[in-house]
Design a protein around this ligand. Structure first.
Ligand code: 3H9
Length: 706
């Protein structure tokens, strides 16, 4: 029997006395308007039909319900609203049971909390992750959860957004029962029949008693508020969550719901919500590079890494952590021992902190092997070279790989700047060559630029994306140019920062302004962390081809000439006390900057923090537009994900291109034209930016068209 045939995303079937309500809205049963309508109609039908004695709600496919349909946010609301649907479920006078498998997240868990009884099976993930989207649970989650499990446990779930397993959910009191098999339908029906046999009453979460100890629950709220104020740098929704949970203690249920709705709408309207949801979809879109649709990945059962330095060892660690075997090649036994020592150091650190057992390390290291002979790579499916950043050195390595590797092996370079087309065309199998640009530390940083040279075959690109998935990295497809997506843009906004420094802003003011914008570190702190010598080498390499008319700020060179390479030498732009990683401003650096200004004939002026950020962001966005214009990045969202995952861009702003849309492209273009009055060579507006402004379009309009 189908009681509401109009909505095929929700079907109803009478099984004896139980109305089985199945949500079937692939891929994740998100609560779009049709689903909400169908669910409401199902409850109304159950209420009206005397043959129905109880209701069982289940999800089809791999999940119960992943939450509200995020794609609807930012559009005009469509009835029925989810809070009303949840109230209707809770108000039903016949027992309603939710049987949970897979994800019951956000609005999905809120539907379950509105039901009268809940069962979960192994593999279920229950959580209220709205905070990660700049929101708060807006369908009763902030009112029902604390009533069910107490304020402290509720705040922990809602503020962290983490997922609880079925077992933990049972221990917390979020669910009443664990199913013993993964047959969700059989488990759910058995539970409902048992409840009916026992004449189990309708039991509403709004009447649950976990907030009875008012003082203890208010103390938990006060502690969470203090902690959140300290930790949630710049984020809008976390403190609203605390307010809503406090209302659950202080106010009657319906009043609490009203406040929750008001706060939810405030979050929904915030640019942070738009930025975070953009990030959510963008990080999924980058996985769908054209080649992954065209071709199947090659096998990936054994990996080779050339080089045991910081980068090579970090990549080897990432491979080991993914459960794959790795063979490390170094030029001699001492270098190989150093490479192995890098790996040992990381795992021994985890053991010292109690996060890994010695047995586990021993087990992992059975998958590591080292050799000083390239012949050890004869069976490798994919080899990543991470040797010195010099084209001749890299080409020599590739000649060896060409000699020893089996047909079909993928040959990857971890270069961060060099011309991969030139590397590919130097060997007999250019179609197998690709760039895999890891970020340091390679076992930690999530970004992987997959750099696609001209002659590479599609299945090699698909293999690179498959490797990223196995390594749990976020891959972004990039074209070949100096610096690819990220470092190419970095070079430009670093130049803008250098120019501001020479014109009168101190590096410390610039870093503070950039941190206040939401980055974890400013650009000069980043230089000190990465090592000033790295950028110095790149600048020297580019010196012969640099446009002689372009402004070149020499301050960083003056520091490097003194051997001040940052943290590793104890001083750079900042002074580092013995062993300390946080630096203090250095008056001697100020004097060097003064001397450089004088040498360049510049009378220093003051900058506001706002002007610093306008210039910094305009430089980043303009080069981002160039990178998209030249198809180095497929879409603006690829630039966004690069910066979110590799450069510390604040996620709640969505990435530089999303931020540009938020500010408005005409504003960015006007800034660039204003700044061009002082330095027209540097501030050349990107043709793409000009075109979009002329068309009245934004970067988002280009995100569909990869
Ligand atoms: C909320 O509920 C607010 C309420 O409190 C109040 C309302 C009034 N909507 O991640 P996957 C898509 S806020 C729309 O690759 P997995 C996703 O884009 C919501 N679409 O799969 C992808 O599409 P495509 C709170 C969604 O197996 C496809 O589904 N809930 C939604 O690795 C597969 O996704 C959350 O924040 C959605 N809610 O992981 C949960 N969710 O194929 C968000 C997913 O076109 N979702 N899609 O690329 C997740 O955490 C994961 O998707 C999940 C599955 C764990 C469920």
């Amino acid at each position: 029997m189908t009681l509401n045939p109009s909505a095929d995303v929700v079907t109803c079937e009478l099984r004896g006395k139980v109305l089985l309500v199945t949500l079937d809205h692939p891929p994740v049963n998100a609560l779009c308007a049709d689903v909400r309508r169908g669910l409401l109609a199902a409850i109304e039908a159950a209420q009206a039909d005397p043959d129905v004695h109880a209701v069982l709600i289940v999800g089809a496919g791999r999940n119960f319900i992943a939450g509200a349909d995020i794609r609807e946010f930012g559009k005009p609301p469509v009835s029925p609203l989810l809070p009303d649907v949840c109230n209707r479920i809770e108000g039903c006078t016949k027992p309603v049971v939710a049987a949970i498998h897979g994800a019951a997240l956000g609005g999905g868990l809120e539907v379950a909390l509105a039901a009268h009884y809940r069962l979960a099976v192994d593999g279920a993930k229950l959580g209220l992750p709205e905070v990660q989207l700049g929101l708060l649970p807006g369908a009763g989650g902030t009112q029902r959860t604390p009533r069910l499990i107490g304020a402290q446990a509720a705040l922990d779930l809602i503020l962290s957004g983490r997922h609880a397993s079925a077992k933990e959910a049972l221990a917390l009191g979020l669910v009443d029962r664990l199913g013993s098999s993964d047959d969700i339908l059989a488990e759910g029906l058995a539970y409902v029949h048992e409840l009916l046999a026992n004449h189990a009453p309708v039991r509403r979460t709004r009447d649950a008693a976990a907030l009875a100890d008012r003082a203890a629950n208010l103390a938990a709220v006060a502690a969470a508020r203090a902690e959140t104020a300290k930790k949630s740098r710049g984020l809008f929704s976390p403190l609203k969550i605390v307010d809503a949970v406090e209302a659950a203690i202080e106010q009657p249920f319906d009043e609490g719901l009203r406040l929750e709705r008001k706060l939810f709408l405030e979050c929904l309207d915030s640019p942070q919500r738009a930025g975070l949801i953009h990030a959510f979809f963008a990080e999924r879109e980058v996985l769908k590079a054209p080649e992954t649709r065209e071709a199947k990945p090659r096998a990936l059962n054994s990996i080779g890494v050339i080089g045991g330095g910081t980068m090579g060892a970090g990549i080897a660690l990432a491979v080991l952590d993914a459960g794959l075997p790795v063979t490390m090649i170094e030029r001699d036994d001492d270098s190989l021992a150093r490479g192995r020592a890098h790996i040992d150091k990381v795992y021994d650190g985890l053991i010292a902190k109690g996060r890994m057992s010695a047995e586990k390390k021993a087990d992992i290291m059975t998958r590591w092997s080292g050799s000083t002979s390239y012949d050890a790579l004869a069976d490798a499916d994919l080899v990543i070279e991470a040797v010195f950043e010099d084209i001749a050195v890299k080409q020599a390595v590739f000649a060896e790989l060409d000699r020893v590797c089996k047909a079909g092996a993928v040959l990857a370079t971890n270069t961060s700047y060099l011309d991969i087309d030139a590397i590919a065309s130097s060997i007999s199998r250019p179609a197998d060559v690709i760039g895999l640009h890891f970020f340091s530390p390679a076992n930690i940083m999530k970004l992987l630029e997959v750099v696609v040279p001209k002659q590479v075959s599609a299945d090699v690109v698909a293999t690179a994306f498959d490797l990223a998935r196995k390594l749990r990295k976020t891959p972004v497809r990039a074209g070949v140019c100096d610096g690819f997506i990220g470092n190419r843009i970095l070079a430009v906004y670093r130049a803008a920062a250098d120019a501001m420094m020479e014109d009168g802003a101190s590096p410390y003011q610039i870093d503070a302004a950039v941190r206040a914008f939401g980055f974890p570190m400013g650009p000069f702190q980043v230089v000190d962390l990465a090592g000033g010598d790295i950028g110095w080498a790149a600048r020297k390499r580019r010196a012969p081809t640099r446009n002689a008319a372009a402004r070149y700020v020499q301050i960083a060179d003056r520091l490097c000439e003194r051997g001040w390479f940052g943290q590793k030498t104890g001083r750079g732009f900042y002074l580092y006390a013995q062993g300390s990683r946080s630096g203090a401003p250095d008056p001697e650096v100020d004097s060097i900057i003064d001397a450089e200004r004088e040498r360049a004939g510049i009378a220093p002026r003051t900058f506001t923090d706002e002007e610093i950020m306008r210039r910094y962001m305009a430089a980043m966005i303009n080069e981002g537009a160039n990178v998209v214009h030249e198809r180095i990045a497929l879409r603006p969202l690829d630039v966004d994900v690069t910066f979110l995952y590799g450069y510390g861009f604040p996620r709640y702003r969505g990435g530089p291109m999303k931020y540009a849309d938020t500010v408005g492209l005409p504003v960015i273009l006007a800034d660039i034209r204003e700044f061009a009055k002082q330095d027209p060579l540097f501030w050349q507006a990107s043709p793409l930016l000009i075109e979009l402004v002329e068309r009245g379009a934004d970067f988002a309009s280009l995100n569909q068209s990869a």
